[in-house]
Design a protein around this ligand. Sequence first.
Ligand code: PEP
Ligand code: CO
Length: 391
Amino acid sequence: MIAATPERDHQPDWPDGAAVRRARDALAGAAPLVTAPDIDRLRSRLAQPAFVLQAGDCAETFRDNTPASVADRVALLRAMAGEIAGGSGRPVVTVGRIAGQYAKPRSAPTESRSGITLPSYLGDAVNGEHFSAARRIPDPRNLVHAHEHSRKTLSYLAGSGVFTSHEALLLDYERPQTRPATAEGRFYDHSAHLLWIGERTRSLTGPHIDFAAGIANPIAVKIGPTATPTVLTGLHAVLNPDNVPGRLAFIFRMGHRRAYDLLYAMLSRITAEGWTDRVICDPMHGNTVVSPAGVKTRVVTTVEAETRAFFGACNDTGVTPGGIHLEVSGEDVSECVATDIDDAYLATDYRSACDPRLNPGQASRLARLVGELLSPHRESTPLREMAMSGT
Ligand code: PEP
Ligand code: CO
C-alpha cells in the first residue's frame, strides 16, 4: 500500500471512504478549537513590527500530550522569547508548533527496515509511528483523535500567551473546520491561529495554496532552495493581493551554504515590490543530515550559520527580520549535535517522531544569538563575507 505521495498532494490513501466521511462530519460538527476573534488578534499582532518566535516539535504525538510535557514546552518558549526580547529590545510574539502539529509530509511514501517495507509514518493524525503493518495503515479516526488532543493541549496552554500553529497538510482535517464568521462572511480555519503551507505542497496550482487563499487566518509558506523570486511573486499575488500587513509570511529554509545568496535575491524582490509580507528564518529544515549510523540529525553550527546569513541578508537588503522558526523539545534530548556528528551521543536520548529538535540548552543559546543579531546596538554592517563565513 502507498500511504501518501506527491502525486496525491501528500494526502493519505485512506482505505475506507465511509470512515473519512464520518470523521469529516465529526470535525465539522465540533466546537471551534480557536475562535475568529483570537485569530484576528494574532493577525493584528503580526501587522505590528514585533518579532515572531515560532517553535515546537517537528511532529507532536498523542503520547506526549500531557500537562507536564506541555508545561515543559511552554517554559522553553517563554525562556527563548525572553532571550530574544531581552537581547534586542523588540517585542516578541510567541507561536508554538503546538496543539495540532500531527501531520507530516514525507520524502518517501514507504520505509524499509530489515527487508520489510511499510507505508511511512505520516503523523498521529494519520497512522502510528510503530513499525508494524497494522499501525501504519492510515486510519481516518485519527483525524478526530488529533482534534480531541488539540483541544486538550489548548486547555493546558490556557493563559500562557502562546498562539498555536501547524502545517495545513491534511485537507480532510482543515476543510471541515473552516467556517464563515457570521458578520463579515470571511472564512476562518478554526484548527489553529496560524497555518503554514509546507515546502512540498506550496505549488500555485495545488489544493493547499487554493485552500490558504480562501481563509482569513494569518498564513505562512515555507520556501526552500529550489524556489526563485518569481515563486514569491506568485504566492504574494494569490495569498496577499491587497498587501495587507499581518496576512502573509515567508519562512525561508535554504540550507546554510547557499542561504545568503538565495536570501539576498528573495529579499531584494520583496524590497523592490514594497510587499508587507513578513520574512522568517527556518535554519533547520535545509540543514538536515544523516549520521553514519543512519540517524537524522542537524549540526548546531550550521543552524547558527543559516541564522547569521538570514540576518546578514535582511540587513543588506533593508528588509526587517520578522521571525525565527525552530524545531525544539522541552526535554533534554540528544537529537542535534553541537559541532561534529557523533552517533554515540545521538543514541543517548533520541526521541523525535520525525525531525531532530534542539534541546533546551541548544535552543536557549540560539535564542540568545537571535537576540544579539536583532539588537539595534550591534555593528550595523554584517557584510556579505561575515554572513558567508558564519563568524
Ligand atoms: C516541517 O516544518 O516539519 C517541514 C516538513 O518543513 P518543510 O516543509 O520546510 O520541509
Ligand atoms: Co520538521
